[in-house]
Design a binder for this molecule. Structure first.
Ligand code: DON
Length: 571
């Protein structure tokens, strides 16, 4: 069906390329994007993407659709769609041609402190960090979605939340993807009695694929939000259930923490790459800062003659990644608690100095790379979806519980999983975290602080207009997945489906390993090894982008088709 629709639209639009531009659907690229005229939602799950499109059909704008999809994913994509987590929403507003970033990242409870996850020997207790009530930050998703709707949407909350309520109440058929997501986390989910009750049948077995999956408690929570807006979650009966559960399990989230949760609108970080303008997520995410830093480094090299995914290209890319992630380890944290030198890190002159550290045919050992050596500055399962509407508004949203199914702990009577975002802090500065990222005092635990993130909703502008919007899950891999997807489109002129599906690499400075997807040729891997890279073969895709390109009055969308369940809904 999808392929047929793509081919039909290809036949329709392929003969009328946008004026003065290369036809975007060309046969040099192996994958073809979906195409639409009026609106598009590219996301990880079909029902929620289609709900976004229904909202657009009713006359809603991209923000209305993004909020509706966000609430719906909390029902249909429980591994990462959520009410109990947080994220970042990058919004382009056609009116005024401006962008804003809604930061609804979780906040550490007021009583959280630096040594929260250290045991008596001073070592990190990973179980407490990842899978306990202490793992949860104060959720931001409900406040963030409502903030976006109230400030930039056009429809009432009750309209955009209603489809999610119906899906939770009436149920929806279990898909192959949902079943495999639950199966992958089955043993851990079973450990929590409430998660066991929510995600498994009465006899304890998994719901068969195709059978209806109902979530009445989640429907109740959503109805509280429908009735009382933000207060329906952060005060009153839902808040009481969260606090009761915290108090019974040595958790820290209090009534005051919930009532005091703050959404913050921030100015996105901005950069450029050969005439394209990049607008991306600022701290407390590290994503946008380092995407721009790496693009600045790569801008000084001629990529085209090397060729896409050639050893020379991948070597230089990996070296740029190492330099950027080394800086991440030292400087990045919540800007409300620590000075983050974003302007310095995204400065083209700084990138030029870093570029001189890259040897053309030899890997520099990570141990020899010192964070900020050239800076001259001193001080200190996630999901993404993208929405575009016919008015020219674009939304790029990444939100998460952190791990797939978060801490795997559900709050009794709410249908809601707790995030384990507190694990994104440096439990012990200098010791690698869950994503093997090393972080500094800048990201130590403090009450009221937001843990450092890698989530990177990103937009690329051409001639002052939005051209590409994307983002990805994947923890530390998010930043490099987004980087390669936009480089594929900008530097190698791939259509967005090919850009999404092309094999990727990842290096994060420490550990000193170059992770390489299987689609990179063994010959190339051998050349990289000969340059001194420790190449590690990865079976999983590195990230999973959901992207939309706006070109010549049409919308072109792609989900990274190498993971199941993704969907581009069109209108
Ligand atoms: O904010 C972050 O960077 C992480 N909590 C994201 C986690 C993630 O992407 C897991 N998904 N695969």
């Amino acid at each position: 069906m999808t392929l047929l629709r793509s081919l039909c639209l290809f036949l329709i639009v392929g003969v009328v390329p946008a004026q003065g531009q290369e036809p975007i659907l060309n046969f040099e690229n192996r994958f073809l994007p979906e195409v639409a005229q009026h609106g598009m939602v590219a996301g990880p799950e079909r029902l929620a993407a289609e709900i976004g499109i229904d909202i657009l059909r009713q006359g809603g704008n991209a923000v209305d659709a993004a909020v509706a999809t966000g609430f719906a994913l909390a029902v249909t994509y429980p591994r990462a769609g959520n009410l109990g987590g947080g994220g970042f929403m990058l919004i382009h507003l056609a009116d005024g041609n401006r962008q804003t970033l809604v930061d609804y990242r979780e906040m550490a409870p007021a009583r959280a402190h630096r040594d929260l996850f250290l045991d008596e020997a001073g070592e990190v207790d990973r179980n407490r960090e990842f899978f306990s009530h202490l793992s949860a930050g104060v959720p931001g998703s409900v406040a963030g979605l409502i903030h976006a709707l109230e400030n930039y949407g056009s429809l009432p909350l009750k309209t955009v939340i209603q489809p999610a309520i119906e899906l939770a109440e009436k149920g929806f058929p279990v898909s192959f993807a949902l079943d495999s997501e639950i199966a992958a986390r089955e043993s851990r989910l079973r450990k929590d009695p409430e998660a066991l009750r929510i995600f498994f049948q009465k006899d304890g077995s998994r719901h068969p694929v195709g059978e209806l999956f109902r979530q009445p408690d989640l429907a109740w929570t959503l109805k509280q939000i429908r009735k009382r807006g933000r207060d329906g979650f952060y005060r009153g009966p839902v808040a009481e259930r969260i606090v009761t559960n915290m108090e019974a399990n040595d958790g820290l989230i209090s009534r005051d923490d919930l009532a005091g949760y703050r959404v913050i609108e921030r100015e996105p970080v901005r950069g450029s790459y050969h005439g394209y303008d990049i607008v991306a997520t600022p701290p407390p995410s590290s994503g946008g800062t380092h995407i721009i830093q790496m693009l600045n480094i790569m801008e000084g090299f001629e990529l085209e003659p090397w060729g896409h995914n050639s050893a020379a290209y991948l070597h230089h890319l990996a070296e740029a990644m190492k330099l950027a992630y080394a800086d991440r380890s030292r400087y990045l944290g919540d800007p409300d608690f620590t000075d983050v030198p974003v302007a310095e890190l995204t400065d083209k002159a700084y990138a030029a100095r870093l570029r001189t550290l890259i040897k053309p045919d030899q890997a520099t050992p990570s141990a020899a790379i010192k964070p900020g050596a050239e800076l001259g500055y001193e001080s200190s399962d996630t999901t993404h979806y993208t929405v575009a509407d016919r008015f020219g508004n674009v939304v790029s949203n990444t939100y998460t519980l952190n791990f797939s199914f978060g801490s795997h702990i559900a709050v009794p009577g709410t249908g809601m999983l707790l995030n384990n975002e507190m694990a994104d802090f440096a439990a012990k500065p200098g010791v690698p975290n869950a994503f093997r990222l090393i972080e500094s005092e800048a990201n130590r635990i403090e009450g009221g602080k937001r843990p450092l993130s890698s989530m990177t909703p990103t937009m690329v502008f051409r001639d002052g207009k939005p051209w590409l919007a994307t983002g990805s899950p994947g923890g530390s891999i998010i930043i490099t997945a987004v980087l390669q997807t936009i480089l594929n489109a900008m530097a190698f002129e791939m259509n967005i489906a090919s850009a999404a599906a092309a094999p990727r690499i990842h290096h994060q400075w420490m550990p000193d390993q170059l992770r390489v997807e299987r689609g990179v040729s063994p010959d190339t891997r051998r050349l990289l090894e000969a340059m001194g890279h420790e190449v590690v073969d990865t079976r999983r895709t590195l990230g999973r982008t959901q992207s939309i390109v706006l070109d010549g009055g049409l919308l072109y969308g792609a989900t990274d088709s190498r993971r199941p369940g993704g969907w581009v809904a069109v209108y």
